[in-house]
Design a binder for this molecule. Sequence first.
Ligand SMILES: Cc1ncc(COP(=O)(O)O)c(C=O)c1O
Length: 460
Amino acid sequence: MRAGEGILPSQTFLWISLSGITRIRRKFANAECIRQHATSVRYPETDVAYLNENYLKLQAGYLFPEVARRVREFCGAHPEGARRLIRCGIGDVTEPLPPAAIEAMKRAMDELGHRESFRGYGPEQGYEFLRSTIARRDYRDRNIQIADDEIFVSDGSKCDCGYVLDILGRQNKVAVPDPVYPVYVDTNVMAGHTGPSRKDGSYEGIYYLPCTAENNFVPEPPKEHVDLVYLCFPNNPTGAVASREQLAGWVDYAREHDALLLFDAAYEAYISDPEIPHSIFEIPGALACAIELRSFSKNGGFTGVRCGFTVMPKSVLARTADGRRLPLHPFWQRRWSTKSNSVAYPVQRGAEALYSAEGRKQVRELIDHYMGNAKVLRDAAADAGLQAFGGVNAPYIWVKTPQGLTSWQLFDRMLRELNVVITPGAGFGAQGEGYFRISAFNSRENAEEVARRLKILRRS
Ligand SMILES: Cc1ncc(COP(=O)(O)O)c(C=O)c1O
């Protein structure tokens, strides 16, 4: 008998399993009878399902819940401050959806309402109309040879960050930028690819690539071998972009080390500098060593609608423990067939509409709006005597905290004195300490008001 198992009182020593409990329930239909019986029986304590204990390794305060907690507490205690509060924290869009997407989604809903045009389950990897539009407009029109069936439509890039680990081995040595979009790290923790967390919030078993003012927040390839590297450009949280040469350095590293690059291009639409690559596949050799993640969240405002995609070239390989090298594409295809039925038909029609002539124009207007905010905020930070980075090819401004304040100290101060919510850099990793992130996702009115309030930081 295993430790923790109970025994019946007195003489019987009868093992009571869950089915035994059910039998007893039937026998003693009377609840009181069951209660009395239960007090005389110690049930087995080990018979609940096992937890994925990797979740116990996760740091308690995921950044945004902690931000939300402090804001809630402040608003509860300061109703006047709560009324003036402006949120420049979470990177969620604020402006309504492009009309082209709304019209397309409405039309698709109407189709579903008629027998002749009704559709049930769609293809698990996404509808052909969307996959081919993406492959053509985002890649082949730009001389990048991506086939339609190398596009996999999903419910967003955040989700893809977790999904992709389904097909990658747990032995992989993983490298992430520091500061980092926290989802890359936490999904690896959940999947059991890391050791426990350390005091500073980092995890054993993960290789951190420092992104500092000295390297313009673009990490160097490491001296040692890693198997899987997350890169994100334009970057959240720093707003940095990588030049063609810098990305070529990463592709060279990946080819030399047989490493895989996971390139998150969720913010590519914000690039204004014509010299900056929008896709890792603009770099020769990348088709053999990179997977790209893209999203309609930040260009089409689909953060609530939910749609994104991965580009999985057929030439990308992974190895098995017995030394075989196999293409990842069939496994990714299989993963989708088994675990998903892709994204709602109207959503895919909405995403397709973002590529139409009106859709493109409306997306451009949205991006110009947010980048107009970014300029207002970046200029205001500079006027306040703060050292500001990013905000030129990305909707985030990465600002050095003044007077040596820690990033959470500055968060509290801005909340209290300016009634503005920003994101403390330390929440993105150890190298984020001493910085804070201002998001440009806001109305122009709010951005201008935040700009006015930032002057207070200069005076105090
Ligand atoms: C770097 C990065 N990747 C992915 C996402 C999530 O995108 P999606 O809304 O498509 O899940 C975000 C959201 O903020 C992000 O900052």
